[in-house]
Design a binder for this molecule. Structure first.
Ligand code: PEP
Length: 249
């Protein structure tokens, strides 16, 4: 399915201090002058959300968190709840990023619990899935991501806006990307899995591609079948690069 409005999401990961808020200001200003034909989201570290809100408020840039705890509140030192993200200015949240799955041991059930928490707080989840290089080389990419998406979603998503991001683990931050055929194959499988899991309502859910998206490759990736947008890491840190990707959408 060809999505009409692409969703372009910048994941700043653990990068960003007060001095970097100017990048958000530049982005906001450029989108006012150019009126982007896509939705644009920045996901800074939680510490910057509230201040970034004051920078982008009233403009076209939306804000998201990078993760949330599955519980609404409690004795979970160091964690951030979905309601806290919403309170600080987020309207979306990235969940199940492969860096969290790998470094923090998050499995599909944990991601699904976070999806429930995000929905309860009124956030739009962006649920990430992706195979490792070993899984791709074994011919298991489609089976792995299909199982991940079916098990990482929550039933209540059927009536809610959300997005899925296909991010091959081996393509994140490496400069490597799958071929357009490989992207199209996985996105078609994810679409089928989404509809199997949540019914026809999921036929229009955007499926983003993520993994070394850059100004140089954005246009061809975003034009691939079933690609409803991009989740961008490194190339979202500088407004100038991120804007080139936004213009390609
Ligand atoms: C990401 O952080 O989700 C990502 C895709 O990173 P990069 O664009 O740097 O590969």
């Amino acid at each position: 399915m060809k999505q009409s409005v692409k969703l372009i999401v910048g994941n700043w990961k653990m990068h960003g201090l007060s001095a970097d808020l100017g990048e958000a200001a530049t982005l906001r200003q450029a989108l006012e002058e150019e009126s982007a034909s896509c939705r644009v989201v920045l996901c800074p570290p939680a510490t910057l959300l509230d201040r970034m809100r004051t920078v982008v408020e009233g403009g076209a840039v939306e804000l998201g968190g990078q993760d949330c705890h599955e519980k609404p509140a409690g004795a979970f030192t160091g964690s951030t709840s979905a309601a806290m993200l919403a309170d600080a200015g987020a309207s979306l949240v990235i969940l199940g990023h492969s860096e969290r799955r790998a470094a923090f041991g998050e499995n599909d059930a944990a991601v699904a619990a976070k999806v429930e928490a995000a929905i309860a707080a009124g956030l739009e989840p962006i649920v990430c899935v992706g195979e490792t290089l070993a899984q791709r080389e074994a011919g298991d990419a489609v089976a792995v991501v299909s199982a991940q998406v079916e098990n990482s979603l929550a039933d209540s998503l059927a009536e809610r806006p959300f997005a899925v991001a296909y991010e091959p683990v081996w393509a994140i931050g490496t400069g490597l990307t799958p071929t357009l055929e490989q992207i199209a194959e996985v996105h078609a499988a994810l679409r089928a899995a989404l509809v199997r899991r949540l019914g026809q309502a999921a036929a229009r859910i955007p499926i983003l591609y993520g993994g070394s998206v850059k100004p140089e490759n954005a246009a061809e990736i975003l034009a691939a079948s079933e690609v409803g947008g991009a989740l961008v890491g490194g190339a979202s840190l500088k407004a100038e690069d991120f804007l080139k990707i936004i213009r390609a959408a």
